[in-house]
Ligand binder design. Structure first.
Ligand SMILES: Cc1cc2nc3c(=O)[nH]c(=O)nc-3n(C[C@H](O)[C@H](O)[C@H](O)COP(=O)(O)OP(=O)(O)OC[C@H]3O[C@@H](n4cnc5c(N)ncnc54)[C@H](O)[C@@H]3O)c2cc1C
Length: 595
């Protein structure tokens, strides 16, 4: 896209085409929303050494974005993480999370080692295939907002030319030094770590650890995290602990390596010396780049104001431990895009945009605390932490590590307080305990996936998965209304559900809601008006705890919004009317400001 093609008005202005902004752009494209994504950079830089760890929940979103085939290959799959600490001259494992600990309903039971530039390039390619694009070399300078939209002043860096465009909403996906955040005068809460962080993208010979895992080795002074990237190529990332940082560290080489340069030879020798301190046989060679960076631990005090929203590093930044930053940004973008789209289409009320703020602010606060805890564990700074790492962690049973694996995968993130939640399932003390232990589901959680057979009202049955049906095979995702029938009844009566769904569009704008009957394998007859999901493996009834029936609503981003143990016309209608406009709302572009 060229500067000359800049439109005068758009529905959404997305500032920043990192992983977060691209996720928003791609999803808005699917919903047919008129969006413009700009970036100050001239292109996606392959030399950028940023994220390499992609978590399971993000891979699920990649499936929706249509990029899994571009980013997943056998070499990039990662099945665990092993921590070892130096005791005397020996390295002893103190925490090992392996594939055995990772029990999941997800189709992607692994993490990925994939460089961030490859992810960005893949989303951009997919966006271009759908007719979208990014306007590079364009910087947002400032913006003002009123009740109906924003006026954004932009500059084309190569020519210095300036233009103002009008947008209904603005998504600030512009990274840690966010202009959108500054313009909104949103402050950040947090602090800068005093540790020293340096990365090498480097080749290693005689690597004696499993190549399908990530490894961390720790001493009192520093720790090294190493992620295999294939063909003897590794991301090696050293943290010098606060208190051990010296002037020497500040003089290390940063940037792309040039073989004849003395400074990078010295940096290379420094890296090899750190590895040797652990008695590891690894020989480092052919570094591609070194980079050092400062880490701010904290979050923006608000995820949005009026018609402007923050997402990705603009909203939060934290310790790289656990590889959560880009993943959280992609999930912010995924959460925001459908909410903007359905508001702009005039289908949903402003409450849905407010829920972005409530949901993501809570996730950011939790994330900052969690990544800081992981960092403290790895650094073993206090005597209590040493007690934990040296004595307790190695003795903890598998269920603890199952939980560590599930949390790291980001599958367990839950929107505990959300304007979109409605739980009418009777609760019991046992049920609450089971949910806390991850043995039962709750509203606000990621909707479990499961194998099923889709039986359309016309056409052939198709073996698929629930998430695939939700994500609509490349189409924009919709709300999914699931009527689970009693699994012991092979001849269910669908008339109540059919009647309800038929009448729904007279009560609310129901264009983005699809209804399915979930029926057991062996069901003898089907509805002629509602498609069915045949629970061929019994996974859906099991994972939703719905053997005796029940009604669930899944959001377009695959979180559970509503559940009720039985069909209740009143409850469903009350819930949906709270979120959706009535058909009498004729505007197709509601676009009112968020609360
Ligand atoms: C060394 C390193 C290793 C990391 N490893 C991991 C990891 O393993 N896993 C993980 O999840 N995360 C990791 N991260 C974090 C991850 O890189 C970031 O969280 C991620 O880049 C955030 O994406 P974003 O799209 O929100 O922001 P960014 O990637 O920063 O993108 C913001 C974009 O906005 C553009 N922009 C900024 N201001 C303007 C403006 N005024 N106008 C127009 N455009 C603008 C910028 O040019 C940029 O392209 C790592 C980070 C670093 C530095």
């Amino acid at each position: 896209m060229k500067w000359e093609d800049l439109p005068e008005t758009v529905d959404v202005l997305i500032v920043g085409a990192g992983p977060t902004g691209l996720t928003v752009a791609m999803n808005l494209k699917k919903y047919g929303i008129d969006a413009l994504c700009i970036d100050d950079r001239d292109r996606i830089e392959i030399a950028d050494s940023k994220c390499t760890s992609v978590q399971t929940r993000t891979i699920e979103i990649f499936e929706e974005l249509g990029i899994t085939e571009r980013v997943i290959d056998e070499q990039s799959k990662v099945y665990g993480l092993i921590f070892r600490r130096l005791t005397g001259d020996k390295l002893k494992p103190f925490m090992s999370v392996t594939d055995q600990h990772f029990r999941t309903d997800s189709a992607f039971a692994y993490a990925l080692s994939c460089p961030q530039w490859k992810i960005e390039t893949s989303i951009l390619e997919a966006l271009r295939e759908r007719g979208g694009d990014v306007l590079f070399s364009t910087r947002l300078e400032s913006f003002e907002q009123d009740d109906d939209g924003v006026n954004a002043q932009m500059v084309h860096r190569p020519s210095g030319e300036k233009k103002t465009i009008r947008a209904r909403y603005i998504a600030g996906c512009d990274g840690v030094r966010s202009t959108v955040r500054d313009q909104l005068n949103i402050q950040r809460t947090g602090r800068v770590y005093k540790d020293f962080f340096i990365i090498a993208d480097i080749h290693v010979k005689f690597f004696n650890y499993a190549l399908d895992k990530r490894h961390t080795v720790c001493s009192d002074e520093h720790h090294i995290h190493i992620a295999p990237l294939g063909d003897q190529f590794f991301r090696m990332f050293i943290t010098i602990h606060d208190g051990y940082v010296t002037a020497e560290h500040r003089n290390l080489w940063t940037g792309t390596c040039k073989p004849d340069d003395d400074a990078w030879k010295a940096t290379m020798a420094w890296f090899q010396a750190r590895v040797d301190e652990y008695g590891l046989p690894w020989r480092l060679y052919d570094p591609v780049r070194f980079s050092t960076y400062e880490v701010f631990l904290g979050y923006a005090n608000h995820a949005g104001k009026g018609r402007a929203f923050l997402a990705g590093d603009a909203g939060h930044s934290h310790s790289p431990h656990g590889g959560q930053g880009m993943n959280t940004g992609v999930q912010d973008g995924h959460n925001l895009a459908w909410k903007l789209a359905l508001t702009l289409r005039g289908e949903m009320k402003d409450i849905v945009l407010q829920s972005y703020i409530t949901e993501r602010e809570a996730i950011w606060h939790d994330l900052v605390e969690r990544t800081d805890t992981v960092k403290n564990v790895v650094e073993r700074r206090s005597s209590s932490m040493r007690l934990i790492t040296d004595w307790m962690l190695p003795m903890l049973p598998d269920p603890f590590y199952n939980e560590v694996a599930r949390r790291g995968s980001q599958l367990t993130l839950r929107y505990e307080e959300s304007e979109l939640n409605c739980d009418e399932w009777p609760s019991s003390a046992l049920g609450s305990l089971a949910a806390k232990l991850g043995r039962a589901i709750r509203v606000g959680e990621r909707a479990p996936d499961g194998i099923c057979q889709l039986m359309p009202t016309d056409g052939d049955a198709l073996r698929t998965r629930l998430h695939r049906v939700l994500y609509g095979g490349g189409k924009a995702a919709k709300f999914m209304l699931l009527f689970f029938v009693d699994q012991s009844n092979p001849t269910p009566d669908f008339s109540e559900y059919e009647g309800f769904f038929d009448a729904l569009s007279t009560k609310i704008r129901a264009e983005s809601i699809e209804a399915y009957a979930v029926v057991p394998d062996g069901t003898k007859h089907f509805s002629t008006r509602l498609p069915a999901l045949i629970d061929t493996e019994g996974e859906l009834a099991e994972r939703y705890g719905a053997h005796k029936g029940g009604v669930f609503i899944l959001r377009p981003d695959a979180y559970i919004a509503y559940r009720h143990p039985a069909f209740s016309h009143e409850s469903l209608l009350r819930y949906l009317s709270r979120l959706f406009h009535s058909p009498a709302t004729t505007s197709t572009k509601e676009g009112k400001p968020a609360a």
